[in-house]
Design a protein around this ligand. Structure first.
Ligand SMILES: [Zn+2]
Length: 263
């Protein structure tokens, strides 16, 4: 044999990559025709190259998929956000029972959808199970308390007893319950906001918190109007709601504008 196997072995990678000289190429081809060991080496090298190429291709496809998924999810979240705002605006104008019901049904659904969507996968982490449960808890609490509150207020306006309390004294009781419910919700939102800042949770999740904040603000506006008809509630209610409303505004604004820390 004209060439040593070691030399051919060194040439094989550049031969497979087609970057060797014409002379080396001929040397390799001549040698592998006579040497079974080097022929095998060449085949192995070709196989390795092929799988590396495949791997690269698969990674590229994966990236493309992630990119389009993020795009789709962003569109879904934005669409849901806009839909919620429109529905909320419509229902809290004082008409549209259908949109009100839709709103209450859609909100927890949107929370779940939005919180599971991803963004900036390499710098932010997905919201975890704890955040999901907290968000769900807040959403359920909002729906239940708003439902209860609307029934109680209409009872008080109709002159019926509310939770066994005479209408005359129902105002402060309602205001207390109302304040406790909504303060709890704000505490949950505060915890969520703190967690997403601390744990670098993705921005989509913040949108979710903001939707809840906006919903709460809408509820305040509506409740304020209803409560004006309940005797004895005005002063307490207005004082409490002003404080909570201010907190809500600040919290929502902070969620929206402060960028999350990046790793
Ligand atoms: Zn050989």
């Amino acid at each position: 044999m004209k060439w040593d196997c070691d030399i051919i072995g060194d040439l094989i990678p550049s031969y497979v990559d087609e970057v060797c000289s014409e002379k080396s190429r001929r040397a390799v081809e001549e040698h592998v025709n006579e040497c079974a060991a080097c022929k095998k080496l060449l085949e192995q090298q070709r196989l390795m190259d092929f799988s590396a190429e495949k791997l690269e291709e698969r990674e590229l496809n994966g990236l493309k998929k992630i990119h389009s998924r993020i795009k789709r999810q962003t569109m879904i979240s934005c669409g849901l956000g806009i839909l919620l705002l429109l529905l909320g605006w419509h229902s809290f104008q004082g008409y549209g029972y259908l949109s009100k019901i839709l709103y209450y049904l859609l909100m927890p659904l949107c929370m779940l959808t939005v919180y599971r969507t991803g963004e900036d996968g390499d710098v932010c982490v997905r919201a975890g199970k704890t955040d999901g449960w907290l968000m769900l808890g807040a959403a359920v609490l909002i729906v239940v308390s708003v439902g209860f509150f609307q029934i109680a207020v209409s009872q008080a306006i109709a002159g019926e007893t509310v939770l066994g309390v005479q209408t005359d004294h129902a105002g402060p009781v309602l205001a207390m319950i109302w304040a406790v419910c909504f303060l709890t919700e704000f505490v949950i939102l505060g915890v969520l906001w703190y967690r997403q800042r601390r744990l670098h949770i993705e921005n989509r999740f913040r949108l979710c918190i903001c939707i809840t904040g906006i919903f709460l603000l809408l509820v305040y506006v509506e409740s304020l109007r209803n409560l004006q008809d309940v005797q004895g509630v005005q002063v307490t209610f207005v004082r409490m709601s002003s404080v909570i409303l201010a907190l809500g505004f600040i919290g929502t604004a902070l969620c929206w504008y402060l960028p999350g820390k990046r790793k």
